[in-house]
Design a protein around this ligand. Structure first.
Ligand code: KDG
Length: 310
């Protein structure tokens, strides 16, 4: 089966704290940044697939059911006979949302370069992965690099999110690995928070220059409610943020990535794609959870006040 966007990484089961609930209840859902992106792509009516490993357990089966329901091709998701599906909890306070992981030794962290065959990668137009894919274990880091090399040999574009999770590795490790991948990126999708930590720079334009000089072809700098700055070395465009009543930003960046890739493939215009993705991400913050909150194409069109789809 052909797919436009193939995502590689770890999917997890999410337990998201219900704020102000005196019983301290957690709502169960799904997460894992690249899986969220694969679903966001599919909800924008562009075909997507996921490459990973889950446990041969209840949570692994729930994820497989989810991808089937969402129309994400999961033919290449293997169920590991021994290692479990990872989980995480999201808690909320005045500083935003926080992750607690139970994923060490998960099935996804057992991925190896042998899992990435030419057959899988060459079906896609874009391979999307993130620094989380590379942070979870040495073998998944090697798997990500093997996939990037396979993709580049076959003219498949590379999309990469810096998704910095300092609970998984140190800042220095993250910077080394990310800076090795950046020159191979057709599109780099970092968040401002990530890259101020990674580069020590504060100014969005300086950050964009830093990554363009490092070799990324296109940089889409996500700044949350402050909007997005997009640059390809010739043109630059700032798109302001949307004022929404945000309640949970979990997965907003992943929604952005999926919406961006879908629209980019559709229009071949990164600036229009960023405008669309900026709206999709803002909408996603108005709901709880990484996956439940991902809007579909009609939701985004309505939010942008577009009556006709392009
Ligand atoms: O972006 C949201 C993700 O961070 C969340 O779904 C969990 O993938 C996850 C992670 O590793 O933090």
């Amino acid at each position: 089966m052909k797919m436009d966007v193939l995502c590689l990484g770890e999917a997890l089961i999410e337990f998201n704290q219900i704020p102000d609930d005196t019983n301290n209840t957690y709502r169960s859902g799904f997460g894992g940044d690249t899986s969220n992106t694969a679903i966001a792509v599919a909800r924008q009516e562009t075909s997507s697939g996921f490459l990973s490993k889950v446990g041969n357990d209840l949570f692994g089966r729930k994820l497989l059911e989810l991808w089937k329901r969402e129309g994400v091709d999961c033919t290449y998701v293997l169920q590991h006979p021994e290692f479990p599906t990872g989980i995480y909890f999201v808690t909320h306070d005045e500083n935003g949302h926080h992750f607690s992981y139970y994923r060490r030794g998960s099935a996804a962290s057992q991925m190896t370069p042998e899992d990435v065959t030419v057959d899988v990668v060459s079906q896609a137009k874009v391979l999307h992965l993130s620094a989380i894919t590379q942070a979870i274990s040495d073998s998944s880091r090697e798997t990500a690099i093997a996939a990037i090399h396979q993709a580049r040999k076959r003219g498949v574009k590379i999309s990469y999110d810096t998704n910095l999770r300092l609970k998984l590795w140190t800042l220095n490790q993250a910077r080394d690995v990310i800076n090795h991948v950046v020159p191979m990126c057709d599109v780099l999708l970092p968040s401002l928070d990530d890259v101020t930590s990674l580069t020590g720079l504060q100014e969005p334009k300086e950050i964009i220059d830093y990554y363009l000089k490092l070799g990324a072809k296109l940089v889409v700098l996500k700044q949350g409610e402050q909007g997005v700055l997009v640059a390809d070395g010739n043109n630059e465009c700032y798109i302001s943020g949307h004022a929404v009543k945000a309640i949970d930003a979990t997965g907003a960046g992943d929604t952005f990535d999926g919406a961006f890739l879908s629209e980019w493939l559709r229009s071949d215009d990164p600036f229009a794609a960023a405008e669309y993705a900026n709206a999709a991400a803002a909408l996603s913050t108005t709901n709880y959870g990484a996956v439940d909150s991902i809007p579909n194409r009609d939701d985004v069109a309505a939010f942008l006040g577009r009556t006709k789809r392009s």
